[in-house]
Design a protein around this ligand. Structure first.
Ligand code: AMP
Ligand code: MG
Length: 493
């Protein structure tokens, strides 16, 4: 990798490097974004731009041209990345069919971020796709990824959405758009599967060494760095999925190509948040068997990590048998690691500071009462310990009222006073999430009427989700039960 100090930012503050070009050429293809007819900026993320060290005033003037793909990039060498993936359990060779990596931006404090244009035109990996993206799904990715960031969940972020002035055709004509995605990297489980599929161990080793150097430099000298690498990815995913479960997030399409190695939530397609608690909740129109249902996510993450481990076997040990043994030992720890992360987060959600063996049972019982009473996941957690829980419908259940007593008794068995528990709970139980009906309202107004007010208001509401702000009630009210029963999300590809 080039040393960041040798780079000079352009007038927008972009400071591009492209270390990915050091990989064997099979991992990418050079590709310029396609020109678009009439680009217009509909969203620009000032605070992210500032965090990246960009020259906000300069870039905002030119964002439409620059971030639509219409301008040449100083110092950048755009590429499109190869990868493979298990899609709903079926292996395919894939690649960026509609995304172009402008380069890796090095921030003033020397952090490295991929700057990717999603919807930037056809690439050698497009297969039958048009390489384009529709405005709705790009706005959706912007809203949800920024909400996830505000919730404190590791995620790719969104710098801008630019409309192209051209239509894209799905089941109808929609305005086209390009999203600027910012990621610690776009290296996926599927990138490793692509390397393995080349059946060339040098490719595999090059990718593994590159990834370790980029994301886990501290393990470069470890005794078995590839096994250590697997362990790191397992830990990151166990922590990430636990956080999804803490806020009711359903990714919707946890294919191995949509699982990031560095533990960021990646690819916001048919994702959604649960309202009422039920582990079998599925909103994605294409997930007919519920493979990616809310409660299945830890299991699927484990399955995906096994696919990653398979690709690493030849690197872990010369003896395949020994390799499988070592990798299996790591993989078998995933369920308990996930549970530990999940329980640690749920203790916070319940205001618990110390540990008792029955805490898991206490948490599971609460979920059981929520499910039984079709209670709202977010609002039930947020209202625990306040007056609001007494007037909530779930409190008509005597079992739940008994649970409340057990919970209060549990809180009394720690040193911290109740007021401290409430403070802790307010850092872990969001007041606002981007509820599906709010997201749909915002997208409808933006796409159908060109009205961005509702969307911008929603972005503001979800930007500080744990604070006790006096927001209009619509941001915290759960929708009618029927809404969730009929709600479907689409990939929007
Ligand atoms: P996704 O469902 O967005 O994760 O995409 C799955 C695969 O389909 C990836 O290889 C994408 O690059 C590709 N793809 C999605 N949409 C398009 C499109 N409009 N044109 C070309 N390829 C696409
Ligand atoms: Mg994808």
């Amino acid at each position: 990798m080039k040393t960041p100090a040798t780079l000079a930012p352009d007038r927008y503050g972009f400071n591009f490097d492209n270390s990915y070009l050091q990989l064997p050429a099979i991992f990418y293809k050079k590709q310029q974004p396609a020109e678009v007819k009439n680009p217009e900026t509909v969203l620009f993320n000032d605070s992210l731009g500032i965090a990246l060290g960009l020259n906000i005033n300069a870039i905002k003037k030119q964002a439409a041209q620059f971030l639509s793909g219409n301008m040449p990039y100083h110092g950048a060498d755009p590429i499109t990345q190869a990868y493979a993936g298990h899609q709903f359990g079926h292996f395919n060779i894939l690649g960026d069919g509609r995304a172009i990596l402008l380069g890796e931006h090095i921030t003033p404090n020397k952090q490295r971020f991929d700057i990717q244009l999603k919807g930037a035109g056809r690439t050698p990996y497009s297969r039958s796709g048009d390489g384009r993206a529709a405005l709705g799904p790009m706005l959706r990715e912007y809203i949800i990824s920024e909400a996830m960031y505000a919730l404190g969940i590791s995620t790719t972020r969104s710098l801008a959405v630019i409309t192209t002035g051209e239509n894209v055709y799905r089941d109808d004509a929609f305005p086209g758009a390009v999203l600027t995605r910012v990621a610690s990297s776009h290296i996926r489980v599927g990138t490793f599967q692509f390397a393995a599929a080349t059946q060339n161990l040098q490719h595999m080793q090059a990718l593994a060494d590159y990834t370790i150097h980029r994301h886990f430099p501290e393990i470069a000298e470890a005794e078995n760095k590839y096994l250590e690498f697997l362990t790191r990815v397992i830990d990151l995913q166990a922590s990430l999925i636990a956080k999804w479960m803490h806020v009711g997030f359903i990714h919707g399409v946890m294919n191995t190509d949509n699982m990031s190695i560095c533990g960021e939530t990646l690819d916001y397609g048919p994702c959604a948040f649960i309202n009422t608690y039920h582990p079998e909740t599925v909103f994605s129109s294409i997930d007919t068997n519920g493979r990616y249902a809310f409660g299945n996510q830890p299991k699927i993450a484990h399955w995906n990590l096994i696919r990653l481990a398979e690709t690493l076997l030849p690197l872990i040990h010369d003896s395949e048998k020994k390799s499988i043994l070592l990798a299996s030992e790591c993989l078998d720890k995933f369920p308990n690691k996930f549970l530990a992360f999940w329980l640690a987060g749920v203790r916070k959600k319940l205001g618990i500071f110390n540990q008792e063996t029955d805490d898991l049972r206490l948490a599971e019982d609460l979920l059981m009462y929520m499910q039984k009473n079709t209670a709202d996941f977010t609002n039930t957690f947020r209202s625990l310990g306040t007056e609001a829980i007494n007037s909530a419908e779930i409190s008509q259940d005597a079992g739940f009222r008994n649970w409340l007593e057990l919970w209060k008794a549990r809180l009394s068995r720690q040193n911290e006073p109740f007021t401290e528990s409430i403070k802790l709970m307010h850092t872990a139980n969001p007041k606002v999430i981007p509820r599906n009906h709010l997201v749909e309202d915002a997208l409808n107004a933006a796409v159908n009427d060109g009205n961005m007010i509702i969307l911008n208001d929603l972005l503001l509401a979800v930007s500080d989700p744990y604070a006790d702000l006096n927001l209009p009630p619509k941001y915290t009210q759960a929708p009618e039960l029927l809404f969730d029963q009929q709600y479907k999300t689409y990939c929007g590809t």
